[in-house]
Design a binder for this molecule. Structure first.
Ligand code: ADP
Ligand code: MG
Length: 150
C-alpha cells in the first residue's frame, strides 16, 4: 500500500492511523535513510496509541519506552547494531513478549531476525523537498483504507 505525504505532519497523521489499528505484539519495521521521516511516523504511532509523551530519536539509547497509552510503545533504533545477533543483548525477545508495539528504525540491520508478520514501512524522498513516498506491507493494514490520499 503506497502513500504520498507532503509535510512531516502528514507523515505523522499516517502513523497515527496505523497506531490506532495496532495490536499487542505488533512490530513495525522501518527502512529508509536518515531524515526520511521514520521518527516522525513513530511520533504518529505514539499519538494513535494515546501516548502523551513526545517521541524523540532513541539513537543513543537504542530503545525508548513509552507507557500510558492503549499499549506500550518500544521505539528502537538499530543503526549502531552490526547484526541481528546483538538483538539478544538488548533483550529484543523480552520486548516482543511484553504485549506492546515495537517500532524499529534501521530495521535493515536486523531483517533476518524479524517474523513473517512484521509490518514494513519504507520511506523514500519524493520529487519535492517535503514529499515522501511511504510503502506499507504486512498484515492488518486494511483498516487504513485506500492508499495515496490521506
Ligand atoms: P528519520 O527518523 O527517518 O531520520 P526524522 O523523522 O527524524 O527522520 O526527520 C524527518 C525530517 O524530514 C524532519 O526534519 C522533517 O521536518 C522533514 N520532512 C520534510 N517533509 C517530510 C515528510 N513529508 N514527512 C516526514 N518528514 C518530513
Ligand atoms: Mg529517526
Amino acid at each position: 500500500m503506497e502513500f504520498v505525504t507532503n509535510s512531516p505532519e502528514e507523515t505523522e497523521e499516517l502513523g497515527e492511523r496505523l497506531g490506532r489499528a495496532l495490536s499487542p505484539g505488533d512490530v513495525v519495521a522501518f527502512t529508509g535513510d536518515l531524515g526520511a521521516g521514520k521518527t516522525a511516523f513513530t511520533r504518529g504511532i505514539a499519538r494513535g496509541l494515546g501516548i502523551g509523551d513526545r517521541v524523540t530519536s532513541p539513537t543513543f539509547a537504542i530503545v525508548n519506552e513509552y507507557e500510558g497509552g492503549r499499549l506500550p510503545l518500544f521505539h528502537f533504533d538499530m543503526y549502531r547494531l552490526t547484526s541481528s545477533d546483538e538483538l539478544f543483548d538488548i533483550g529484543w525477545e523480552d520486548f516482543l513478549r511484553r504485549g506492546g508495539v515495537c517500532a524499529v528504525e534501521w530495521s535493515e540491520t536486523v531483517r533476518d531476525a524479524l517474523e513473517p508478520d512484521t509490518i514494513y514501512v519504507d520511506i523514500r524522498r519524493g520529487a519535492e523537498d517535503n514529499q515522501r513516498i511511504l510503502t506499507l506491507h504486512g498484515p492488518g493494514l486494511d483498516d487504513l483504507g485506500e492508499g495515496d490520499a490521506l
